[in-house]
Design a protein around this ligand. Sequence first.
Ligand code: TRP
Length: 440
Amino acid sequence: MTRPAPVSPAEAVRYLTGITTTGTPHLGNYVGAIRPAVQASRTAGTQNFYFLADYHALIKCDDPARIQRSTLEIAACWLAAGLDPEQVFFYRQSDIPEIPELTWFLTCVCGKGLLNRAHAYKAAVDKNAATGADPDTDVTAGLFMYPVLMAADIILFNAHKVPVGRDQIQHIEMARDMASSFNHLYGAHFTLPEAAVDEWVATLPGLDGRKMSKSYDNTIGLFAPPAQIRKQIAGIVTDSRAPGEPKDTEGSALFQIYQAFATPEETEALRRAYAEGIAWGDAKQLLFERIDREIAPMRERYQSLVDNPAELERILKRGAEKARAIATPFMGRLREAVGLRNLGTQAAGGAKKTEKAALPAFKQYREADGLHYFKLVDTSGRLLLQSRGFESPREAGQAVAALKAQGLPAVAALGPQVERPQDVTENELGMSLSRLMPEA
Ligand code: TRP
């Protein structure tokens, strides 16, 4: 496994994924989400956030024991599958109080009409309409607010990319809407996130050939005991062709599941075996062995984590600490921006108007090392951009002039000569610089 090359966090592309903590992970989750995400987490130049969306789970599930058990199993699963909590941010949503706090801020800038159009809410309302019931029968405000909580998850960490399935694209668009409404009202605080839909990640068929899904009750457990996995595999639907009769790979759930685990050569070999009339029982045995080969090494780690919840708790708490090192100061700024402020500080007048009028400023200075530096600070003195040392004041001055004239492209052109602090988004820096640009 290659280690990610160290990148300055300011340049990294930030990916963020939430995992709702209901249910026990199955092979479909592994192939469709866990495995690709763990691989992606090792990509150089990225910063990765994975969290257990247990507040979201409460919307769907009111069984406390199941919430707890599922959180434990899913956390153990992701770690057993190779997620390295040292390399990524791995935390539990309910350990980050800034998320519900930001949810409220976004609630106050989110049009109710936007939420009326959310697919999940609309589907629930339509279902009621179809039976003639009151439109909101059995619809909780939690279901209605789901997209706002999800937006807070994402933009609290200024994620650039959110890997999701197609069914979640609308939620990411809604998060963009809320982020830009907030930015419009209070200044450029949030990056606008984008959905990253992986076209080639396989959806795994289940035992009955439909998509493997808990709601179809056609799943194969990921870390179920091998005997149980074997039994589930035996239940995969096949046709009635006898041993010796050639078999179709097309539309064969067994073949597709095998393919999701096998190398191209192994897949080819099974294709030939199908053509040569392998017995279904033998094909199922091959599938069991192939899956077991990938899963067995992880099972031990999974079991040891599940048996040792204190260890998991420690890992998650440490993850929350890392995440909050970003979230807490950022939330402080957001509180300030909306006017939840220390009453002793100078009231910023009609707030918005004056803040918008005051401009960020470049400061040039010389350090004890004899080099010439500059930095860009906003009106409250917060650092937005820091330069490295230049030999002459003229070089530093030229860089400042380029930044004032061109904005963000000049940041890119200056490369390592300037650095954007971790808590400043590219978006925000761009907006600040654009305010310094000469009027067109
Ligand atoms: N809604 C997502 C799902 O059902 C889970 C989720 C919650 C999420 N918050 C998120 C996904 C933030 C991505 C980003 O799959």
